[in-house]
Design a protein around this ligand. Structure first.
Ligand code: EPU
Length: 305
């Protein structure tokens, strides 16, 4: 191996791992090794990582909970940035919560609920981190995280820190303007209600999820965005594609917008199932389903806008 100038690089406070397998960091349990896997625990780490990637000309990917991403079987040639420690802290002030991008959103919701703060019940059971869920405006059919957000602290790609207002974030269906930044922290405004109401609402969301989604399997949530006014799952189901299997990747028999890894699915298996679904849906309905799952290495076909 050629020794590069940065081959002994370390962030100031956090940790770096070489050739870390991404299957251990994704809910699909799929993905080969990343050249550099950085666990940043401070804003200084984030800045140093951005500078390192830029200086070495290495691609950079910011990984949250790994619940909406498909990495290639070959892994990632570049730097994966994850946020932990002080970048995952959760702080309450009255009815506001400031949550580090590395905190799990359902954990923020749980702690909020204990204080009688409502708004994040829908997140109960969504295995996403604050950064990723804010960045993609994650949510359910009738709620999403965007409307709760008052301010987002971000770093631009040069390491400059900015505080963005809700408007500047540009939240829309499963999307925002945050793509060019590293989300560091989100400040959300919740509403005060009796704690038992929050608990009951969270339980109802959890129950609905258990009844209608393949909870407990290796999946990455809904694979396609819903086309305007329709449910992708319903479209795929109507075509009889539940149970469609290529290798170890299968369309969930419970919810047709989920693909599950039955054990040793490769990224290629999942992509093949996705392509087959897109082909059948386009042929039968004329609708082009857009991936919701972030396909690393296929950014151009991801259709973010
Ligand atoms: N349906 C079927 N067959 C299926 C799946 C759904 O007939 O295989 C029907 C359902 O019976 C229902 C309708 O389609 O009448 C809508 O289904 P569902 O309530 O599951 O909602 P969805 O539109 O498929 C959206 C979000 C989910 C979120 C649920 C629940 C998207 C792409 N999906 O799904 O989010 O959990 O609402 O609120 O926006 C995700 O983002 O990863 C995700 C799973």
């Amino acid at each position: 191996m050629i020794m590069r100038s940065g081959s002994n690089w370390q962030p100031p406070d956090g940790e770096v791992r070489r050739d870390e397998r991404l299957e251990n960091h994704t809910t699909f349990a799929i993905g080969g090794p990343a050249d550099w896997f950085v666990i940043a625990v401070s804003e200084a780490d984030v800045r140093a990582t951005l500078e390192f990637a830029a200086a070495e000309g290495q691609p950079l990917f910011i990984l949250g909970g790994g619940s909406n991403v498909l990495f290639p079987d070959e892994g990632f040639r570049g730097v994966i940035l994850t946020l932990s420690g002080a970048l995952a802290e959760i702080e309450f002030e009255g009815s506001k919560v400031r949550a580090g991008a590395g905190a799990l959103l359902p954990r923020v919701g749980l702690l909020a609920g204990k204080r009688g703060l409502s708004g994040l019940e829908f997140a109960s059971g969504i295995p996403g981190q604050v950064g990723g869920t804010v960045f993609m405006n994650a949510g359910t059919r009738d709620s999403s995280v965007g409307p709760l957000v008052e301010r987002v602290r971000v770093s631009d790609r040069t390491g400059r820190i900015l505080e963005l207002t809700n408007e500047e974030c540009g939240f829309r269906y499963r999307n925002s303007n945050l793509k060019e930044y590293v989300v560091l922290r989100a400040e959300m405004r919740l509403s005060e209600v009796p704690a038992q109401e929050v608990r009951a609402k969270s339980q109802a969301y959890r129950r609905e999820r258990i009844e209608s989604q393949p909870v407990g399997t290796r999946n990455a949530g809904c694979v396609f965005k819903n086309p305007q006014g329709q449910s992708a799952g319903q479209l795929v189901d109507r075509l009889g594609l539940k149970g469609l299997r290529i290798g170890d990747a299968m369309v969930s028999p419970v919810h047709a917008n989920f693909i599950i890894n039955l054990g040793s699915a490769t990224a290629e298996d999942v992509r093949s199932v996705m392509k087959e679904i897109q082909r059948r849906v386009a042929a039968e309905t004329g609708i082009r389903l857009e991936p919701e799952v972030y396909l690393v290495g296929e950014e151009r076909s991801e259709g973010t806008d």
